[in-house]
Design a binder for this molecule. Structure first.
Ligand code: NDP
Length: 244
C-alpha cells in the first residue's frame, strides 16, 4: 500500500526516520512538528529529494482544531491519507509525589489527546474508502510502567487501549490499527539521560545496545505495507529484548 502518509512529530528522532522510510517506500508524506522550524525544513528538503510530495506543517497535536486543519490541508493538497503514524511525544519525568499538575497535563495532552486528534480526523475517511492504516508509537513504558514516568506511562498505556478498541471498531471497514512499543531508542529524548542512567538502562537490554530510529522505522514501514495486511490490534515491541 502506498499513497499518502501522515506523520506527527516527523521533524526529529523516530518520526523523522519513519517519514524517510515511508518516502523511500513511495508514500507522499505530510508531517507536523511543534517548534523546531530548522529541523523541519531540513527533513522537508531530504524527503523532496527522494522524489515524493512533501508537506511540513507546524502543528501542536494537543490542539484539536490545528490537527483538523493540518489533515484537511494534507488531503486537499496530497490526497487521502492512507497511513497515519503518531510519533509526536514528550516526557516530563518526575516521581508522582513531585509531579506538577501542568507536567501531568502536558504529557497526557500531547501523547494521548494527540493520538485521538489525529485518528478522529483521518479514520472516517479511511473507513469510507475501505483502506488505510494507523500506527501509533507508544512505548514499553506503556506496557510495563516506568518509575518516575507515571504521566508518560499512563499516556502510552492509554494509547495502547485506544488503539486496541479502535482496531475492533474499524476492522470490518478494512482499516488496520497497530501499536509499536519501542524500548530505548537513541534520539534526543534519550540523550537527556545522565551517563549512569544510560549505563543502567543498557545493562537491561539483552542485545546490549540502544535501538536506532531506523530500527523502529523498519517495523513501521512493514506495518504500513500490504505484507502486514492481516495484522491489526497488535502491540509490537522494538526493544532489543528488554523485559522489565
Ligand atoms: P524526539 O524528542 O526526538 O522528537 C519528538 C518529535 O515530536 C519532534 O519532531 C517534535 O517536534 C515533535 N513534537 C513534540 N511535541 C509535539 C507536539 N505537541 N505537537 C507536534 N509535534 C510535537 O522524540 P523521539 O523520536 O525519541 O520519540 C518519538 C516517539 O517515540 C514519542 O512518542 C516517544 O514517546 C516514543 N518513544 C521514544 C523512545 C525513545 O527511546 N526515544 C522510546 C519509546 C517510545 P519539535 O522538535 O518541533 O518540538
Amino acid at each position: 500500500m502506498s499513497g499518502v502518509a501522515l506523520v506527527s512529530g516527523g521533524s526529529r528522532g523516530i518520526g523523522r526516520a519513519v517519514a524517510t522510510r515511508l518516502a523511500r517506500d513511495g508514500f507522499d508524506v505530510s508531517f507536523c512538528y511543534r517548534a523546531d522550524e530548522d529541523a523541519a525544513r531540513e527533513v522537508e528538503k531530504d524527503l523532496a529529494e527522494l522524489g515524493v510530495q512533501v508537506l511540513a506543517e507546524r502543528v501542536d497535536v494537543a490542539d484539536a482544531e490545528a490537527v483538523r486543519a493540518w489533515i484537511a490541508r494534507t488531503e486537499r493538497e496530497l490526497g487521502p491519507v492512507t497511513a497515519a503514524v503518531t510519533s509526536a511525544g514528550i516526557t516530563r519525568d518526575q516521581p508522582l509525589v513531585r509531579m506538577p499538575d501542568e507536567d501531568w497535563k502536558a504529557v497526557l495532552e500531547t501523547n494521548l489527546d494527540g493520538v485521538y486528534h489525529v485518528c478522529r480526523s483521518v479514520v472516517f475517511g479511511m473507513m469510507k474508502r475501505k483502506a488505510g492504516t494507523v500506527i501509533a508509537i507508544s512505548s514499553i513504558a506503556g506496557v510495563h510502567g516506568s518509575a518516575g514516568q507515571t504521566n508518560y506511562s499512563a499516556s502510552k498505556a492509554g494509547t495502547i487501549g485506544f488503539c486496541k478498541a479502535l482496531a475492533k471498531e474499524v476492522g470490518r471497514y478494512g482499516v488496520r490499527v497497530n501499536v509499536v512499543a519501542p524500548g530505548f531508542i537513541d534520539t534526543d529524548m534519550v540523550a537527556v539521560l545522565d551517563e549512569r542512567t544510560r549505563e543502567r538502562a543498557l545493562a537491561e537490554v539483552p542485545l546490549r545496545r540502544f535501538g536506532t530510529p531506523g530500527d523502529v522505522a523498519d517495523l513501521v514501514g512493514f506495518l504500513a505495507s500490504e505484507q502486514a495486511g492481516y495484522i491489526t490490534g497488535s502491540v509490537l515491541h522494538v526493544d532489543g529484548g528488554l523485559i522489565r
